[in-house]
Design a protein around this ligand. Sequence first.
Ligand SMILES: Cc1cc2nc3c(=O)[nH]c(=O)nc-3n(C[C@H](O)[C@H](O)[C@H](O)COP(=O)(O)O)c2cc1C
Length: 222
Amino acid sequence: MSFATHSRSTSEFAGSSANPARTTLILAITGASGSIFALEMLRALELDERVERVHLVVSPSALRVIAEETGVSGRNSLVEKLLGCASDKIMLLAHEDIGAPIASGSYPIDAMVVLPCSMGTLAGIAHGLAGNLIERAADVCLKERRRLVLCVRETPLNLIQIRNMAAVTEAGATVFPVIPTFYNHPQSVEDITRNYVHRVLQHIGLPQPGAYAWGSEETAED
Ligand SMILES: Cc1cc2nc3c(=O)[nH]c(=O)nc-3n(C[C@H](O)[C@H](O)[C@H](O)COP(=O)(O)O)c2cc1C
């Protein structure tokens, strides 16, 4: 099953040639529902010429959920299967490889996004467990005062989860729940996922062409 639905060209990114700044990101996918949001994020990062490198970490539970929700199974050639094409910039790292470059604060990273973020991973980050590469990389982002965006997804929430969200917020992360918007009049699931991903990317300094902006007749350009 392929999810290649590239409808935009990279030349649409107004800042790509004018702004030579290149971004290095971590994208972590954990075992919460919402695999299609991660797919939309992967597509956006692949197309965005401002993004030079994406270190991708996928938890074993995420693989299970991805298989459940999309039909794509296994870790082999995962990026290719999800994008529908090979990627030169998205590097899949092993979940247990706590010796990977992104496990160290000396490795330069601009931002980390966990999408979707399970309550389990939220708890691990909130309590500084650093027991796998996702938790460790997030821990490093917090200690280095780098942007960390946790796209949590669960409902309803118990008090432990709410307290963990407070803890990561106090430590400097942004809790960015996977919640759809309807004021932009989405016509499809793709509209919903794309608008959410646009909001996350705008938050980390990568505004997307065509992004919906409330109160403006025009679309937001970077
Ligand atoms: C189909 C499916 C959907 C799930 N959805 C969620 C969810 O929305 N939120 C959540 O916190 N956990 C969810 N889980 C449970 C997590 O996958 C589980 O707690 C796991 O241990 C999280 O591990 P990870 O954080 O290392 O990915 C789901 C599990 C499955 C199989």
